[in-house]
Design a protein around this ligand. Structure first.
Ligand code: FES
Length: 156
């Protein structure tokens, strides 16, 4: 039987859990049905004077909240324990890229935060879903996200 690889040492400090919990109530009030747009997340994060990545990370504390996903490409990212291994800078890069693409009228994608993607031995983890299929990205780095988006743009 294959043994999981040794867990790497944490490389990043996690976000403050209490402030994320405190944001959940605002997120619940952000829509009647729990479906939140990126713009609404930005608005709520701005009202707390924190980056929008914090609003994405706070969403995972209420399973009734979901992203208003409209694109054919979604990138799920673990913002649970994977925070200790760089998930938040990766999420912030994805957000910046998504906004830049949207501003340029290029192919968009949706970012879906998750508390765990069941591949905890390989942090941080992203899972992409597109017309090309579903792909896990273990030990995901910013370069991996860029490569993924470039490859899918060429396919699309
Ligand atoms: S904690 Fe990140 S995949 Fe499980």
């Amino acid at each position: 039987m294959n043994q999981p690889p040794p867990m790497p040492e944490p490389t990043h400090k996690p976000l403050d859990m209490m402030s994320l919990f405190q944001m959940v109530q605002d997120l619940r009030g952000g829509s009647d049905d729990g479906i939140l747009t990126h713009e609404k997340l930005k608005e709520i994060a701005a009202s707390k004077d924190v980056p929008v990545s914090h609003a994405y990370a706070a969403m995972v504390f209420d399973p009734g909240l979901a992203i208003d996903a409209k694109e054919s490409l979604t990138i799920a990212i673990c913002t649970g324990r994977c925070q200790l291994f760089g998930a938040i800078p990766l999420l912030e890069h994805l957000i910046e890229t998504m906004e830049a693409r949207s501003a340029a009228g290029e192919g968009g994608f949706d970012i879906v935060p998750r508390n765990c993607l069941d591949q905890c031995d390989y942090p941080p983890v992203m899972i992409s879903r597109s017309s090309a299929g579903i792909c896990s990205h273990r030990y995901a780095k910013i370069e991996d996200a860029n490569e993924l988006l470039e490859a899918l743009a060429q396919d699309g």
